[in-house]
Design a binder for this molecule. Structure first.
Ligand code: FAD
Length: 324
């Protein structure tokens, strides 16, 4: 089926874009791997206007129901390829192929891989990229945090409250991170730093049961653990966009103030773009900008007038079946 606007990504940028797009009567599809994106990694957002404190999951769920109220459709799939054929955009996901007149890229950032042997094999089977989401699965077990700086320390601090022992590898002979976080981590008896070492291989059978650590000197050492938490920060995984839209050296999609990319009809918003200050409210704001630009693009293509703002009365009664 062909859509007016397809949005890749179902977090703050994508969902906000969906609200604007479907509310203006565009046939809108959100293709996403999840609802909430990075927001799912935090249970306490304190700087989203209108909410003293909310979890990323609750906030994103509210965005999603609002988008559904106006008729946005959702598909859970991972887009692997994007292209343009005969004046419309064609997306290939793992499950399906999708087509639209305009495209909004809102697929944010993804955790950076560790890049060691065994990582791919044990993803979801002991290798995790979200300590808050998966930490409770390893209650009273020994786990390892592989990463750097405050990302790794934050994970270690949280895991210290659930796991039995939390090992944290450090490439050098000192702990990397902010002074405050280092002091907090050092104060926990069950958080143990392993210096001058890095994970060479993740070992196991069906699930993780050990890591092989490469030491600065001497042979590898095996350490029994039930989980490896990879905390290497986040990157824009935009390989599929190479040659399709312009990107900067951080592989972020370059946009202008209207959310336009270098390709006509393709817009972008949120953490996947080159706009600074990666925050939920900024992603949401950019999502609305990208949607308004996409709507105007579709209108122009069809010889219709442009939308100056989104002030519009919508009879929600008409859409009740969608939100039910
Ligand atoms: C631990 C943590 C705490 C944070 N705390 C705060 C905070 O307190 N306040 C704040 O404002 N911000 C906070 N942030 C930042 C905020 O979460 C991000 O700025 C925001 O989530 C970015 O939203 P986004 O929609 O641009 O992208 P993301 O949240 O990165 O979401 C991307 C979406 O795209 C989907 N996706 C990715 N690739 C594909 C694909 N190929 N095909 C289909 N779908 C795909 C994902 O499943 C996801 O739904 C925090 C981030 C983290 C990691």
């Amino acid at each position: 089926m062909k859509y007016d606007i397809i949005i890749i990504g179902g977090a703050f940028a994508g969902l906000s874009a969906a609200i604007y797009s479907s509310r203006q009567g565009m046939k809108t599809l959100v293709v996403t791997k999840d609802i909430g994106g990075q927001g799912l990694l935090t249970t306490d957002i304190q700087n989203y206007p209108g909410f003293d404190s909310t979890s990323g999951f609750d906030l994103a769920s509210k965005f999603q129901s609002q988008a559904q109220l106006y008729g946005t459709e959702f598909v859970y799939d991972e887009i692997r390829q994007v292209g343009e054929e005969n004046g419309h955009f064609v997306l290939k996901g793992v499950e399906e192929k999708y087509e639209s007149d305009a495209l909004i890229l809102a697929f944010g950032k993804t955790p950076r891989d560790l890049g060691c042997k065994g990582e791919e094999k044990f993803k979801g089977r002991g290798v995790s990229y979200c300590s808050i989401c998966d930490g409770p699965l390893f209650r009273k077990k020994d786990v390892l945090v592989a990463g750097a700086g405050d990302h790794a320390l934050q994970a270690a601090l949280y895991l210290g409250t659930v796991a039995s022992n939390v090992y944290v590898t450090q490439k050098g002979n000192r702990i990397s991170g902010s002074e405050e976080m280092i002091a907090e981590a050092k104060s926990l008896d069950n958080v143990k730093f392993i210096y001058e070492s890095e994970v060479d291989e993740i070992l196991g059978d069906k699930t993780v049961n050990a890591v092989s650590l490469k030491k600065k000197s001497g042979p590898n050492e095996e350490l029994p653990v039930k989980a490896v938490f990879v905390e290497m920060g986040y990157i824009a995984k935009t390989e599929m966009l190479k040659g399709f839209v312009d990107m900067n050296k951080e592989n972020e999609v370059i946009i202008d103030m209207n959310g336009n990319t270098s390709r006509t009809g393709v817009f972008a918003a949120g953490d996947v773009t080159n706009i600074p200050y990666k925050q939920a409210v900024i992603s949401a704001g950019q999502g609305s900008v990208a949607a308004l630009s996409a709507i105007n693009y579709v209108h122009k293509k069809r010889g219709m007038g442009s939308v100056k703002s989104d002030w519009k009365f919508v009879n929600l009664e008409k859409n009740k079946k969608v939100s039910a």
